[in-house]
Design a protein around this ligand. Structure first.
Ligand code: GLY
Ligand code: MN
Ligand code: MN
Length: 450
């Protein structure tokens, strides 16, 4: 699979986009929908800071131009899908690279009609006749919608009190179910990110700084063709792992500590979200190993329970029960299992939930509940499974030998008709971790030293 191009799409990609647009138009039936690109990202001196297209827009258009606007009119006899883009402009191309422009966008992206952005105010009023519902996003920060508002309000449709619904709700429901192109991208993102995690394991030695390990990890991701991280990398030595969103990555890692890395990169805009925890000296202490094996057991059992019809809350409870039981066996919790579960005592050590949807965004879109009823897992959904245990250094009533141990193990799982497929091919067994840590050559280590 090639890295994404800003102005070229494969025929297979175009076909998938057509299928997504058809599904979207079936969902809005007699409506008209407006979906804008992300705004251009201008840095302080007018330079273009890193630009990431809006995920909903990308999902339906494949278009990386900004600013642009997609309009979907399923009942229009001639053009059901319309894209407004900027016209090519040699000054902008000199500074920012090639643009798609009006002429190329039609063939490249497969829209029925592509027009210059400057025409949208003129065209939109006439299309209102083909719709009885308006889909847009009323979020106030969208400039496009500010420009659209008077057009919509002046339209016959609005005068007749047409319903306005949120366009993003419709796209998000589609995005929850991954098609083959998305699954392939998630697979590649996972393959690269797993390799990067394993390189970080090979690299690390006691005395390294967290940022050195971050540099190695992110070099592998970028070197494999990933254009962006899915989220800021967490590289947390020792007790830093007990801070869930730690990402200063500035401390020295001491002999005997664990290193927790939560990092993932994008491939074609889909991100991996992987966490591994391992001993920097190549051997778990007995306390570290006991807690690690408990987290690993809860993760493996939760993954085995994934199938269509299961609910995330049930998996959460199931993993929580395994962790609570283990914490009691280890003497960290001193109560019965029933009491631990009833009073949620294990949540002192496992304060987050078991997982979340994953896709174009790390905490991907899609409702977890519909009309206040939890939805069940279905084939095509992609979810993270990431149990963890964190014993804060200050945790009262817990023997000090457990203090400052923070462990999380996170894989990315695709729900299938048969059960699930684990997309994350990164080592996580105790023996495998112990044998990989610190095995990289001194020559490579030398590149990441001051
Ligand atoms: N990396 C963010 C998360 O695990 O949810
Ligand atoms: Mn996650
Ligand atoms: Mn994560």
């Amino acid at each position: 699979m090639k890295p994404e191009s800003r102005i070229q799409l494969s025929a297979a990609h175009r076909e998938v986009l057509q299928r997504r647009r058809s599904a979207f138009m079936d969902a809005i039936s007699n409506g008209i929908a407006f979906l804008p690109s992300a705004k251009p990202n201008l840095g302080p001196a007018g330079d273009r800071a890193t630009f990431r297209q809006d995920s909903d827009f990308l999902y339906l258009t494949g278009c990386q131009e900004t600013p642009s606007l997609a309009v979907f009119i399923p009942q229009h006899p001639q053009h059901r899908t319309v894209l407004f883009v900027r016209e090519r402009d040699s000054f902008s191309e000199l500074w920012n690279g090639p643009m798609l422009g009006v002429a190329d966008a039609r063939d490249t992206l497969g829209f029925d009609l592509v027009l210059p952005l400057s025409e949208f105010e003129k065209k939109i009023p006439e299309w209102m006749a083909f719709a009885d519902t308006i889909y847009w996003d009323t979020s106030p920060e969208q400039e496009f919608y500010e420009q659209l508002r008077p057009l919509l309000q002046g339209s016959r449709l609005r005068r007749n009190g047409a319903e306005i619904l949120n366009v993003r709700d419709v796209v998000h429901e589609l995005r929850l179910f991954k098609d083959e192109l998305e699954i392939e991208s998630l697979r590649v993102a996972n393959a690269i990110a797993s390799r990067a995690h394993e390189m970080a394991m090979r690299f690390v030695q006691p005395g390294d700084y967290e940022y050195q390990v971050q540099a190695v990890l992110e070099a592998v991701m970028r070197g494999a063709g990933s254009t962006q991280l899915g989220y800021p990398s967490i590289v947390a030595g020792g007790a830093n792992a007990c801070c869930l969103h730690y990402n200063l990555n500035s401390c020295q890692i001491a002999q005997g500590e664990l290193l927790l890395i939560d990092a993932g990169c994008e491939w074609s805009f889909y991100t991996a979200d992987i966490t591994r925890t391992f001993p920097v000296s190549g051997r778990f202490s007995s306390e570290q190993k006991e807690l690690y094996e408990l987290v690993l057991l809860s993760q493996q059992k939760s993954i085995e329970s994934i199938r269509p019809g299961a609910k995330l809350s049930e998996l959460n409870d199931f993993a929580g029960r395994i962790l609570a039981d283990g914490l009691i066996q280890l003497g960290i919790l001193q109560c019965s299992l029933d009491e631990a579960l009833e009073k949620k005592k294990h949540k002192d050590f496992f304060p987050h939930s078991l997982g979340h949807w994953l896709g174009l965004d790390v905490h991907d879109v899609g409702r977890y509940r519909i009309k206040n009823i939890e939805r069940t897992l279905e084939p095509g959904m992609c979810v993270t499974i990431e149990p963890g245990l964190y014993v804060q250094p200050s945790q009262a009533n817990v023997d000090a030998r457990w203090h400052g141990i923070g462990i999380r193990i996170e894989d990315n799982i695709l729900v299938t008709a048969q059960g699930s497929v684990n997309l994350t091919p990164c080592v996580k067994g105790v023996d495998e971790l112990q044998s990989i840590v610190g095995t990289c050559s001194q020559e490579i280590r030398g590149l990441f030293r001051p």
